[in-house]
Write a protein that binds this ligand. Sequence first.
Ligand code: NAD
Length: 493
Amino acid sequence: MSVAIDTAPTTEQALLERIPTGLYIDGRWQDAEAGRTFAVIDPATGAPIAQVADATPEDGIRALDAAVAAQAAWAATAPRTRGEILRRAFDLVQERADEIAMLITLEMGKPLAEARGEAAYGGEFLRWFGEEAVRISGRFGLNPEGTGHMVVSQRPVGPCFFITPWNFPLAMATRKIAPALAAGCTVVVKPAELTPLTTLLFVSILEEAGVPAGVVNVVTTTRSADVSAPIIADPRLRKLSFTGSTPVGRKLIAQAAEGVLRVSMELGGNAPFVVFDDADLDKAVDGALLAKFRNIGQACTAANRFIVHEDVAEEFAARLADRVRAMRIGRGTDDGVQIGPLIDDRAVEKAASLVADAVARGATLHVGGAAVDGPGTFFEPTVLSGIAAGSEILSEEIFGPVLAIATFTDEDEAVRMANDTEYGLVSYVFTSDLARGHRMIDRIDTGMMGLNTGVVSNAAAPFGGVKQSGVGREGGLEGIHEFLSTKYTLIPA
Ligand code: NAD
């Protein structure tokens, strides 16, 4: 099978020519110290679409210098002013949503409709935390002995370093930058080398919204570890926030331990999607398609293991296979495309090898199962059922459009299977029994749950995992507290 690709129309080229490609340090766009650049590739065509500055470790430290220099003045800026800057940034993201969405699709590959969804979702963090900036409060009270007043206040943590992944290039940046700015922290951001352009466009929007020089700094680089390590080791840094894979997260926690940094870690997932025999199967199928194929399966929240009651598994698989057979594969910019390319060759190889392992262990392949001939890194949307215990697909994060169904016989078995993973980010449960739904909230060990829904993300919600899916929460009332430290003062009465 192969996919027909249109060549980039001139509007795409005009957009790409407007995107800044330098480092953004202390309010100035600049070349990397060594003058090097690297190419950003459109995964739908394999063609380079831009050249971006390739920062050195020295550039990273210059970015931290700028963040440190700007910290005191930004922390002293009135909360209302910080909130209004974020609100202006929200308005600008709304106004420029089409342009942002197109850029996300060009560098990351997701269908344009989903990229518009990301522009809306990512923008919401600016509005939400713009509102939260003026609601940072403390407590005041008499101590139990009646001898003094206890004052509890919240202070900005200080300069922060953010490392973000390629799969949601706008939302993963705004989900960190917005609460940090609201709290009064300055930041250095290192976006993923595969998708740096959206962050660069977003930072130009922050500049336009009035973020002062030095408050937000961006270093793009192919030398992620070399550039990050000295920043994390610098005693002036106060906080590390990372979104990405669990193996890299573990390494970064170890580095952060040296300086006893505050850390937030949004790591990998292996979400169970549990369908009971009392579930509304139409809703479960719709939810499954969203939870699995959104972002071409490349989401930390993607349903990874479908755990379906044996009495409904066959029908569930057949209905899904019909819907998946009708899905359109292609470049995300083309009308009606639901399945864009995977991010790179390695992702295609991984999907193919997980399917091969499952089939070798006896799984039934209903539809898909193969890579698509290039150009571009496409993989067919796939449905497998009868996944045997021990198959790699049950323990690995698939990160591709492969839907794998295993069966259970009773509730205890469903819970045991759902919890049989080192991850604990999100789970999905479909049941019409309210009491059972409540039991699942208690018994399934994840930081988030969708009960009869396949999508949970919302700027107002605390997003994050338990177990090896991470530490901390982004979004919601909780999100700003990741960037505040609590100070207690005793004043004798
Ligand atoms: P990744 O861990 O390979 O890379 C993430 C970021 O870390 C990139 O910017 C990369 O350049 C950088 N990086 C890699 N090695 C590094 C090192 N040694 N030192 C410093 N930086 C380093 O992950 P990815 O492939 O970009 O993203 C996919 C992963 O992210 C999946 O595991 C997914 O589940 C996870 N993810 C989690 C969430 C969440 O909120 N929990 C959200 C999105 C993605």
